[in-house]
Design a protein around this ligand. Structure first.
Ligand SMILES: *Cc1c(COP(=O)(O)O)cnc(C)c1O
Length: 854
C-alpha cells in the first residue's frame, strides 16, 4: 500500500484510487482523497484488520503488480518511435507542476500543463525528468469575505506526509544543491523526488536548517514576494536544477539529459549553470563555444503573449545577482547581454527572461498555431533582417491528460461501449448509434448524471463558503436548493488576469439576469477563479461577480465557487453543458480547460483564440465574434458581450431545450458526439508529447549529441564560424542583379536569375545566396514567398557570380529579392544569427523587383 501511495500514478489510475477509497470511505473523503494521508489516518488496529483480510491483500498485490508492469514494460517510445537520435533523457524545467490537488504546487494552466506533460510522457514511455521547486505554501487558498472580496491564506504543507522521498547520498545524508547569492550568501536546498508514474520529478526545497532564516523562505510561495525573491527562486530553479539533475544521476545512475526543456522563462538560468560547467570543466570551453554547446541541447517554450506574463528584471537587480556567479573568463556584463532588450523598441534597463531563454535555445515554440504566429511577431526583433513568417518559433498545440480529466463514470461508460482492443483515445464509442456507437439515451443520461454531480458539489461549496463568510447554518437552508440539475449549465473558471475578462458576462447585467431567469429556457452559470493577490483589478473583478451572484432572485442561477483547483475542475468541467471562454483575442496562448470539457462531452462557447482558433469547426461548439480592431476597449467589450448574449439566447438555449417526445435533445446530442469524436483524439496531451518528441526533442538531441561530443570540436568551430561571420558581415554587398524571362511569362516558363555578390573576408561556403520569390502586395513588398538557394558559378574581379533557373509555378504579379544569409550545417536554420543582407532596391531599377506577366 505504501508503494501504491508513493507513486503519483494513483492520481490518474481509477482502480488504485477506488481501492484506497474502499479501505475507509469516510476517512478517504476527510483527507481530501490523499492516499498518504489516508494511510496515516487509519488506526493501527484497523490496519491490522485490513492486513488480515485476504481480499484486501490480494487487491493490493494485484495493483502493485499492475503498477510494476506499467513502470517497466516497453511503451510507445520504446516500441513504436524509431529514430537513431532518440534522446536518452529530457529534463523538463517548470516553476510549477499541477499533478493532483493533494500537491498544491501550481497556480493555473502553466502548472497543470506541466503535470499533464509528465503524466503523458510516462504513459508513452518518454524518458523525461521533471525539475521544479517545492513551495511550502504552494499558491494560496482562496475564500471570500462577507462582502465578497477574495481572502488569501497560505496553509503550510508537510513534505513528510506527501508522496515525496528525500534524495539522499549513499551514506544516507540528504543531498543538497547550493547556488551563490550576492554578498557572499549561499542558497542551499534539499531535493524531494516525486514519482509521476515512470517520470521522476525533482523538487528543490530551501527550507533546511543550514540556510539562514531569509534563504529558508526562498521556496515559501509560488509567485509571491519581491523581485529579489523571484530572482532567488529562479536561480534555484535554473542553476540549482541542473545541479540537482547531476546529483540525481550520480546517486541513482539515471542518464544525464541530452535535452533541456525550459517551460517558460522562469528556468532560464539553467543555461548559466551549464555554461559554467563547460567552462570550468576539464575541457575548458571558451564562452562562445560553451554557449553553442548549451544552446544545441535547449528547447524554449513560450506560454504567453501578455507582456505582464513575462519575467523582466531590473538590470541593476540582475547585475547584482549575476555578479555572484563566478565563471573565469566571463564578465557579468556578458551574461547580462544575453537577456538584454538591445533592439529597437526594447527597454534597455531590463533583463528579459524570455529573450534570454530564446537566445539560449536551439528551438523554440508557442503553444497553439495562433500563438506561434503571435509569438513570431512579438519576438521578431531578435531576428532582424527576416520576414516575420521566417522567425524561428514554431508551435505545438497544448493538450490535456485524458485519464486525469475524464470523469471516472464516463471512463467506465467508454470501457463498456468500446470494442475490445480499441484505444480509448480514438473515441469510436461515441460515433452515431446507427454506426454501432452508444445510444443517445445512454449518453444523455450520463451527461445528466455529470451535471447533477456538479450541482451537488456546487451547493456544498456555496454552503461552505457562506459559513466562512460568517453566515450561520440556520440561515443557509437556501443553499441546498440553488441551481437545478436539469437546467442548461454554463461554466466559467480560470485565473483572473484582466485579459480573460471574468466579468464580460456582466457587461449588461439586466440582460444577463433575463437570460438566466428566462421562464422557457432558464440558464445557470457556475464561476470560479483566483486572482493574484497583487492584481488589484483582478481582485475587484471577483468582488463584482460575487456581488452580482449574491443577489436574491439571481443566486439560484449563478454561483461563484471559491478556491478553484484541480479537485473542483475535475467535477466542474465534466458537469457543465457549455464552457465559456472570452479572452481578449489574441492574448490567450492556448487555454486547456475547454479541452478538458470537450473530452467529457461539454460544448465550447469561446472567442476564437488559442486552441479554439484552430479547432473550432462550425459544429463542435460556438465562436463568439471578436471585435478585434475596435480600439475603444469599452466598446469592444460591449460588442463581444452582445455577441455572447445573442448566442446563448438564439442558439444555445433553444437547442438545449429542443427535446423529442422522450425528453432527449437530439440536435444537442449530435454536437456532443461530434465534439467528443473529433476533438477527443486531438486535444490529448499524448498527441502533444509525441509531437514534442518527434519535432523538437529528437532534433535537439541530435544537435546536442553532435556539439557535445568529446572535445566539443563542433561547438568550438560553430562558435568560431559565428564570430567570423558576425565581424565580416558588413562587408557583404549584393551587386548587379538581373532576371531573364520571356515577354509574356506563363506558368512553366523558366526564369533565370543572376547576381553578383561581394563577400569581403567570407567565402562562398560561409553563406547562402537566396532568391526570395513571391507575390507582390499592394504596398510593394513580397509575401507568400518561397526561398531558393542560388548556385555560385565563379568569381570575377572580387565578385562572386550566382545563378539560378526556376520554372514559374503560379501566375500573377510576382516579384523577387536577392539576399545573402549565413550558412553552416551546424546551425538549426539560416535565420539563427538574425543576419541577412538584401539587395538594395534602386528606385529607377526595375531589375531588383520584376513583375512577371499574368
Ligand atoms: C485546466 C485548468 C486551468 C487552465 O485553464 P485555462 O483554460 O488555461 O484557463 C487552470 N486551473 C485549473 C484548476 C485547471 O484545471
Amino acid at each position: 500500500m505504501a508503494a501504491l501511495s508513493q507513486n503519483l500514478r494513483w492520481s490518474w489510475h481509477r482502480q488504485t484510487r477506488d481501492f484506497f477509497a474502499s479501505l475507509d470511505p469516510k476517512v478517504w473523503d476527510e483527507v481530501g482523497h490523499d492516499p498518504v494521508a489516508l494511510l496515516g489516518s487509519i488506526p493501527t488496529e484497523k490496519l491490522a484488520e485490513l492486513s488480515a483480510n485476504a481480499d484486501v491483500v490480494r487487491q493490493a498485490a494485484d495493483l502493485e503488480r499492475e503498477l510494476n508492469d506499467y513502470l517497466t514494460k516497453p511503451l510507445w517510445f520504446q516500441s513504436d518511435f524509431h529514430s537513431p537520435d532518440k534522446p536518452s533523457a529530457i529534463a523538463y524545467f517548470s516553476a510549477e507542476f499541477g499533478i493532483t490537488a493533494v500537491m498544491p504546487q501550481y497556480s493555473g494552466g502553466l502548472g497543470i500543463l506541466a503535470g499533464d506533460h509528465l503524466k503523458s510522457a510516462s504513459d508513452l514511455g518518454v524518458p523525461i525528468i521533471g525539475v521544479g521547486l517545492l513551495y511550502q505554501s504552494g499558491y494560496f487558498r482562496q475564500s471570500l469575505t462577507r462582502e465578497g472580496w477574495q481572502r488569501e491564506s497560505y496553509p503550510v504543507i508537510d513534505p513528510d506526509n506527501m508522496p515525496l522521498t528525500l534524495l539522499r547520498n549513499h551514506d544516507g545524508t540528504p543531498a543538497y544543491v547550493s547556488v551563490p547569492l550576492p554578498d557572499h550568501r549561499t542558497l542551499n536546498a534539499q531535493i524531494w523526488v516525486a514519482h509521476v508514474g515512470r517520470v521522476p520529478l525533482l523538487l528543490m526545497d530551501s527550507d533546511v536548517t543550514i540556510n539562514d532564516t531569509a534563504t529558508r523562505q526562498v521556496t515559501d510561495r509560488l509567485y509571491g514576494g519581491s523581485s529579489e525573491h523571484r530572482v532567488e527562486q529562479e536561480f534555484l530553479l535554473g542553476m540549482g536544477g541542473v545541479k540537482a539533475l547531476r546529483l540525481y544521476s550520480q546517486i541513482t545512475g539515471a542518464p544525464t539529459p541530452e535535452v533541456y526543456h525550459c517551460n517558460e522563462g522562469h528556468a532560464g538560468f539553467l543555461a548559466v549553470e551549464r555554461i559554467r560547467e563547460l567552462m570550468c570543466g576539464d575541457e575548458r570551453l571558451d564562452f562562445g563555444a560553451a554557449i553553442e554547446a548549451v544552446r544545441s541541447g535547449t528547447l524554449f517554450t513560450t506560454h504567453t503573449p501578455v507582456p505582464a506574463g513575462i519575467d523582466r528584471f531590473d538590470r541593476g537587480l540582475a547585475h547584482r545577482y549575476l555578479s555572484a556567479i563566478e565563471i573565469p573568463g566571463v564578465s557579468t556584463e556578458q551574461l547580462l547581454d544575453l537577456g538584454a532588450e538591445n533592439y529597437p523598441g526594447g527597454e534597455p534597463n531590463l533583463f528579459n527572461m524570455a529573450v534570454f531563454g530564446l537566445r539560449m535555445a536551439r528551438k523554440a515554440n508557442g503553444v497553439a498555431k495562433l500563438h506561434g504566429k503571435v509569438s513570431r511577431r512579438m519576438f521578431q526583433q531578435l531576428w532582424p533582417g527576416f520576414d516575420v513568417t521566417e522567425v524561428p518559433i514554431t508551435s505545438i498545440t497544448n493538450g490535456v491528460h485524458g485519464p486525469t480529466w475524464t470523469d471516472g463514470r464516463l471512463a467506465d461508460l467508454a470501457r463498456e461501449h468500446q470494442n475490445p482492443g480499441e484505444h480509448v483515445n480514438t473515441y469510436r464509442w461515441v460515433r452515431p448509434a446507427s454506426e454501432g456507437g452508444i445510444s443517445d439515451e445512454d449518453l444523455w443520461k450520463m451527461r445528466c448524471d455529470l451535471r447533477r454531480q456538479l450541482v451537488e458539489d456546487a451547493r456544498r461549496r456555496v454552503r461552505e463558503s457562506w459559513l466562512e463568510r460568517g453566515a450561520s447554518p440556520a440561515e443557509l437552508g437556501w443553499c441546498d436548493s440553488i441551481l437545478d440539475p436539469n437546467r442548461l449549465t454554463i461554466g466559467f473558471a480560470r485565473r483572473v488576469p484582466t485579459y480573460k475578462r471574468l466579468t464580460l458576462m456582466l457587461n449588461d447585467p439586466d440582460r444577463l439576469a433575463r437570460i438566466l431567469t428566462d421562464p422557457k429556457h432558464p440558464v445557470q452559470i457556475i464561476v470560479a477563479g483566483k486572482s493574484h493577490p497583487d492584481d488589484e483589478q483582478g481582485v475587484s473583478l471577483i468582488q463584482q461577480l460575487v456581488h452580482f451572484a449574491d443577489q436574491h432572485g439571481i443566486r439560484d442561477h449563478i454561483a461563484f465557487l471559491p478556491n478553484y483547483d484541480m479537485d473542483m475542475a475535475q467535477t466542474l468541467m465534466p458537469g457543465v453543458d457549455v464552457w465559456l471562454n472570452n479572452p481578449l483575442r489574441p492574448l490567450e496562448a492556448s487555454g486547456t480547460s475547454g479541452m478538458k470539457c470537450a473530452i467529457n462531452g461539454a460544448l465550447n462557447l469561446s472567442i476564437s483564440d488559442g486552441w479554439w482558433d484552430e479547432m473550432y469547426d462550425g459544429r463542435n461548439g460556438w465562436v463568439i465574434p471578436t471585435a478585434e480592431g475596435v480600439d475603444d476597449p469599452v466598446r469592444r467589450d460591449q460588442i463581444e458581450a452582445a455577441g455572447l448574449y445573442d448566442l446563448i439566447e438564439q442558439s444555445i438555449a433553444p437547442r438545449f431545450y429542443d427535446r423529442d417526445e422522450t425528453g432527449i435533445p437530439r440536435h444537442w446530442m449530435e454536437m456532443v458526439r461530434h465534439t467528443m469524436s473529433t476533438l477527443g483524439p486531438h486535444v490529448q496531451a499524448q498527441r502533444m508529447v509525441s509531437e514534442y518528441v518527434e519535432q523538437l526533442y529528437t532534433p535537439v538531441a541530435a544537435a546536442s549529441r553532435r556539439l557535445n561530443a568529446l572535445g566539443h570540436g563542433d561547438a568550438r568551430s560553430l562558435s568560431d564560424y559565428k564570430a567570423r561571420v558576425r565581424s565580416g558581415w558588413n562587408q557583404i554587398a549584393v551587386g548587379h542583379v538581373v532576371s531573364k524571362v520571356g515577354d509574356v511569362a506563363t506558368v512553366g516558363d523558366n526564369v533565370t536569375f543572376h547576381a553578383d555578390i561581394r563577400l569581403g573576408n567570407l567565402r562562398p561556403e560561409d553563406v547562402e545566396v537566396q532568391v526570395v520569390f513571391g507575390r507582390v502586395t499592394p504596398d510593394d513588398s513580397i509575401s507568400k514567398f518561397d526561398v531558393y538557394a542560388m548556385n555560385c558559378i565563379g568569381e570575377e574581379n572580387g565578385m562572386f557570380k550566382y545563378e539560378l533557373t526556376r520554372a514559374l509555378t503560379q501566375a500573377g504579379p510576382y516579384g523577387y529579392q536577392v539576399r545573402v544569409v549565413p550558412r553552416n550545417d551546424m546551425m538549426d536554420c539560416y535565420t539563427e544569427l538574425g543576419l541577412a543582407t538584401n539587395a538594395e532596391r534602386a528606385a529607377d531599377s526595375p531589375d531588383l523587383h520584376y513583375n512577371f506577366g499574368s
